[in-house]
Each structure stands twice: as structure tokens, then as C-alpha cells.
Design a protein around this ligand. Structure first.
Ligand SMILES: [Zn+2]
Length: 123
């Protein structure tokens, strides 16, 4: 059994829905949602609403903590690689990196495609 996760929304428990109302009869409270998985915010939020609540309450602090962008970024050949996939003539999935500037295409493995840390971008 996978462990249940709590929605990280800062106001999740304040929304009056039947599924949030829990506890013993006569002593029920609205509670933070708990699920085996969530669809929003990289699996951290039960709804877009909760994701937005979190960002409105904590987003500025998170950006300042991890580093606020202070200079304009430029798309160049060195950082224009994007992962995508195609189908070959046998209808098999082919994973490729496409450079958005040069249109160069390089085949990559499914493992490289799925690896969030794998990149051809150097800047
Ligand atoms: Zn929530």
C-alpha cells in the first residue's frame, strides 16, 4: 500500500465539501484532503485552487529562497534543446531532442526522455 499524501494547499481545510468533512458523528471537522496521489502541482495539490492558494501565500518566499530571476534569459543554440517524441514507420515511439534554433534532431533513449535531469542544454 502506498502512503497517503496530504494536500499542501494552505486553505484546503477551509473548503466546505462533503469529502473534507471527517471525524466522529457530532465532532466532525473540515480537514485537509488526503489521497494516494494528486494531479496538480507535481502531485502536491488536490486542486488548482489549492495550488493557487499555496502560491499566493508562499510563492514570493519560495522564489526568493531559490533565486529570483534578475536578468533576461535568451534562447540560444546552447539552451534550445527540447525533448519530444515521434513515431517511426513501424508505429513505434521514437524519442528525440530537437533544437528549437537549428532544428537539429538527435535520437535519445526512452530512459533519457524520462530522466528529468538529462539535458543537452549547456546554459
Ligand atoms: Zn487541497
Amino acid at each position: 500500500m502506498s502512503e497517503l499524501k496530504l494536500c499542501q494547499g494552505t486553505k484546503c481545510h477551509t473548503y466546505h465539501t462533503q469529502d473534507r468533512l471527517k471525524g466522529q458523528q457530532g465532532n466532525k471537522t473540515y480537514q485537509t484532503r488526503r489521497r494516494s496521489s494528486f494531479y496538480y502541482g507535481n502531485g502536491n495539490f488536490c486542486s488548482l485552487n489549492c495550488q493557487n492558494d499555496w502560491f499566493n501565500d508562499l510563492g514570493d518566499r519560495a522564489i526568493n529562497h531559490f533565486g529570483r530571476l534578475t536578468e533576461i534569459k535568451h534562447l540560444t543554440e546552447d539552451n534550445a534543446w527540447q525533448k519530444t517524441h515521434d513515431w517511426n514507420s513501424n508505429d513505434e515511439t521514437v524519442y528525440v531532442y530537437v533544437n528549437q534554433i537549428t532544428n537539429e534532431r538527435r535520437t535519445i533513449t526512452e530512459q533519457q526522455y524520462d530522466d528529468r535531469n538529462y539535458t543537452l542544454n549547456t546554459t
